[in-house]
Design a protein around this ligand. Structure first.
Ligand SMILES: Cc1ncc(COP(=O)(O)O)c(C=O)c1O
Length: 334
């Protein structure tokens, strides 16, 4: 019998849910935000990392001090795995690509991970993700006692997020009409949706994907921001998990993040901006008195050189700061 996670891992989950009262002025519904940045590794993926390791430790497939965990991740899962592997004294090799945020790599290394950078994209698709997955397969074949959690296909990833939804339902005392959830592996979406359906909660689930992501059969395309979206359809995906899908572009993510920081004083990552932008898109259809929850997957510090950099914003989108500045309180003074 494996003991429940101790130490820092005991701090994973039970994240706060706070009401957003300023970002949608004049709205007739209430919006609550699940702050997944409060997990100790800084994101929702701490839950996935722990969930995918703990069960394998329990069954004896993963042996602390002997087994090696190998995974492809460009950020949050890698950090969550580095944290959990360090705690359980498991060697962890994380395969990343040149677009991985150097700060994420530094965090993983500080937590004891070995980070390997794949330098060439997949020759057929031009994407790095398939190249990273190929390298992970090779490492798993060649390293004794290696285990790849495979976040895109591992049901334990989705299972971990049943708790995310359970917590939201409990925090709102069962009163929830809409859930907005960013998608990449579909672990969060699937765990939340399956839990909600199982308890018979009549919640409308809105999946939030990136324009250019192929999860919901849209054409592939270039994306600037990491986090949500995927260039390969995840094996965890099931039809019917979401009642509706909203695709969000990079500029709208940025605007969502900047408004969240300005109006609610919450510094969050790109996919958080995406879920708020998605809510804004459908808000005209949300009946008065509804209760909405948005899952904000990670914190904004890792995006200071992109989303929160005025120079980066101008380079990619031009003069756009008027999109998040309040026209009354932030008008230039003469
Ligand atoms: C910042 C961020 N947002 C959203 C997601 C999507 O979550 P999921 O993989 O559960 O679909 C991820 C996944 O890595 C993420 O890192």
């Amino acid at each position: 019998m494996t003991r429940p996670p101790g130490g820092v891992l005991a701090a994973i989950g039970d994240t706060p849910l706070v009401e957003l009262t300023r970002i949608f002025p004049g709205s007739t519904f209430r919006t609550f935000a699940k702050l997944e940045a409060h997990n100790p590794g800084g994101s929702v993926k701490d839950r996935s990392a722990l969930g995918m390791l703990l069960e394998r430790i329990r069954t004896g497939d993963l042996v602390p001090g002997k087994s090696v965990v190998v995974e492809s991740s460009s950020g949050n899962l890698g950090i969550g795995l580095a944290q959990a592997c360090q705690y359980y004294e498991l060697r962890f090799v994380c395969v990343v690509d040149p677009r991985t945020n150097p700060q994420n790599i530094a965090v993983m290394r500080a937590l004891g991970a070995e980070v390997e950078v794949v330098t060439e994209p997949d020759p057929v698709t031009g994407e790095f993700l398939p190249a990273r997955i190929d390298r992970v397969r090779e490492l798993v074949r060649t390293i004794p006692l290696a285990y790849c959690p495979d976040q895109y296909g591992n049901p334990l990833n989705a299972l971990a997020h049943r708790h995310t939804m359970r917590e939201i339902v409990e925090q709102l005392a069962g009163r929830l009409d809409y859930l907005f959830c960013a998608t990449s592996t579909c672990g969060t979406l699937r765990g939340c949706a399956e839990y909600a359906r199982e308890i018979g909660l009549p919640v409308r689930i809105v999946a939030v994907d990136a324009i250019g992501s192929v999860i919901f059969d849209q054409p592939p395309g270039a994306r600037l921001l990491p986090g949500h979206g995927a260039s390969v359809r995840p094996a965890l995906m099931r039809p019917g998990l979401a009642d509706e899908v909203v695709h969000v572009g990079d500029l709208d993510c940025l605007v969502g993040c900047r408004r969240l920081a300005r109006r609610e004083a919450i510094l969050a990552g790109g996919s958080s901006g995406a879920v708020l932008s998605a809510l804004d898109t459908v808000r005209g259809r949300i009946p008065a008195g509804s209760v909405c929850a948005v899952i904000l997957p990670d914190r904004g510090e890792r995006y200071l050189d992109t989303i929160y950099s005025d120079a980066w914003a101008t380079e990619h989108f031009g003069a756009v700061s008027h999109l998040w500045k309040d026209p009354v309180t932030e008008a230039p003074r003469c």
